[in-house]
Design a protein around this ligand. Structure first.
Ligand SMILES: [Zn+2]
Ligand SMILES: [Zn+2]
Length: 259
């Protein structure tokens, strides 16, 4: 899909480079987290767009994690069937792929990435997820990528939807189709973070659907993308909806999981 565009852009590529250089001269590239100027000639490929200081603050040693819920587990613990923290949960998704834990600097970054103007920060965090978890993301062999949806009224109030921005980056990196509207949120619900764990599932019961105009997920492995995984209730309800619509399996990808 990108190839024809690439060929079309070939003759004007030098002009695009010149345009970008001029833009950087007038508006020097800044770190989307701390706004410090970023010297792109010094930036490591892994930093994507964050400055070196922010990159080191949000990045922790990768460590062993539970394949099923993404939480840290001991170095020799096998977690194919889950870890002590998630074994009692009836998660319908197969696996959680995540960049880090929702604490310290990464927590602040995830909160800020939700803001309307913070599209570049959400994209930078998505790039970090890709660069850190590329092997797992590729091994998942997904057919299609879909964001956890928000209700249309939220979209009107807040045009930037972090899950969608992260999905876009992952779709581009994995070279797989992004189905932005594979799922929709049928009704407005109370913010999950305002509710105790026991009420979260009830709050989201039948809240999601695969709309009639959407492409069918039948037989497909779906990469379901969100910014933060808290109790897993939202991802689980989306997974239930996708499986009921015929999806083969669902893998969840998030920037951070709440420890
Ligand atoms: Zn920074
Ligand atoms: Zn677990």
């Amino acid at each position: 899909m990108n190839e024809p565009h690439g060929l079309l852009l070939q003759p004007i590529r030098p002009l695009l480079h010149l345009g970008r250089a001029a833009l950087h001269f007038v508006f020097p590239p800044a770190c989307p987290l701390c706004q410090a100027d970023v010297d792109h000639s010094e930036v490591q490929p892994v930093s994507a767009r964050l400055c070196g200081k922010c990159l080191s603050e949000v990045s922790k040693p990768r460590g062993n994690r539970c394949r099923r819920c993404g939480l840290p587990v001991g170095p020799y613990v096998r977690s194919d069937e889950g870890c002590p923290k998630c074994r009692s949960h009836k998660f319908r998704f197969q696996q959680v792929i995540r960049f880090g834990l929702y604490d310290d600097a990464l927590r602040q970054a995830c909160i800020r990435a939700k803001a309307t103007t913070q599209f570049p920060l959400a994209a930078a965090l998505a790039n970090l997820l890709w660069l850190s978890e590329q092997l797992d993301l590729q091994a998942a062999n997904v057919d299609v990528i879909a964001p956890v949806p928000c209700h249309w009224t939220r979209r009107v109030m807040r045009p930037h939807h972090a899950a969608e921005t992260i999905s876009r980056v992952l779709a581009k990196r994995l070279k797989k189709p992004l189905h932005r509207s594979l799922l929709c949120k049928k009704r407005l619900t109370t913010d999950q973070s305002d509710l105790p764990a026991a009420q979260r599932r009830l709050n989201l019961k039948d809240a999601f659907a695969v709309p009639w105009h959407s492409r069918s997920p039948t037989g497909k492995t779906v990469l379901l993308v969100d910014d933060i995984l808290t109790t897993g209730t939202t991802a689980n309800e989306c997974t239930r909806t996708l499986l009921n619509a015929g999806a083969k399996q669902v893998i969840v990808a998030v920037i951070s999981v709440v420890p």
